[in-house]
Design a protein around this ligand. Sequence first.
Ligand SMILES: Cc1cc2nc3c(=O)[nH]c(=O)nc-3n(C[C@H](O)[C@H](O)[C@H](O)COP(=O)(O)O)c2cc1C
Length: 338
Amino acid sequence: MHTKTKALMARGAAFLGAETAILCGAMSWVSERNLVAAISNAGGFGVIACGAMTPALLEGEIAATKALTSKPVGVNLITMHPDLFDLIAVCGRAGIGHVVLAGGIPPKGSIEALKEAGAKVICIPPTLALAKKYLRSGADALVIEGSEAGGHIGPVSTSVLAQEILPELAADHVIFVAGGIGRGEAIAAYLEMGAAGVQLGTRFACATESIAHPAFKKAFFRANARDAVASVQVDPRLPVIPVRAIKNKGTEEFTAKQVEVAKLLDAGEVDMMAAQLLIERYWAGALRRAVIEGDVENGSVMAGQSVGMVTAEEPAATIIATLMDECEAALTARLVPA
Ligand SMILES: Cc1cc2nc3c(=O)[nH]c(=O)nc-3n(C[C@H](O)[C@H](O)[C@H](O)COP(=O)(O)O)c2cc1C
């Protein structure tokens, strides 16, 4: 079964300690114990989204996840979290084998601290130059994520990042490709380009095991690719990272929020760092409103452009099996008779 796919995924799967090299990217509020355990139990690699959790909450979430699966799971830490080093210590004590550092350049000492804690470190570089820098700094693997993805995004598409980074680095390093992947045919293409595996978020957000509110899932099933739009930056001074989400009233509320934060900046009441934290806190709250409370009008329904390919609730195992089948069929069809 899936012989060609598994051969191309072998390096990535060995790195993760999973049956396949398919990661479910951490999604704040969505990637908690139930979805993470379901993904890992189905042969993928689940990653707990720490988001804004306190160290005590993360400790509890890891323990609860481990009660649901004996397979490896990872933890995603946001680099600007004020308690980053305490969170790293929690991962170390819990024996987490893989930590993804997301949300910007890892602060000094964080990669070293993770390695001392016994974890393999996965970074998310937005450019080839940063990819090389992270590897030099000790990153064990990379996820390259293009602007088609849901959530916080960079400016460059997955297809261009893959062409820039894979030919240079993939032979010697474990690199996973993310952003805009909805079907196995795309996985086949990136594996053939040298990727060790892939990471998907949007495709897994509505899995049966996902605790996302039924209204959140319905918004996904109804949406087309063009409904998943990137947020707009109203003031060039604001340190705003664009976020891709399904267009709704909340999209406009974010514009108002930026004006509010810009005024605080002008009045000298906050500095750039504090302004960024205010913006990020806004997103965490808005996402919670949509995912947990089901307010898909005013909350943030973060989703990637592959949302148009998400049409029904399916168990994580079915999604992974479908992706593997599609990938294998694509690789098989490519074999030209001599
Ligand atoms: C609802 C949602 C929340 C997300 N939250 C996070 C997060 O907290 N940390 C992170 O590194 N990535 C986050 N992401 C990005 C995913 O981990 C993943 O890389 C991305 O969804 C892959 O692209 P795709 O959406 O096209 O599949 C989020 C994505 C979505 C859709």
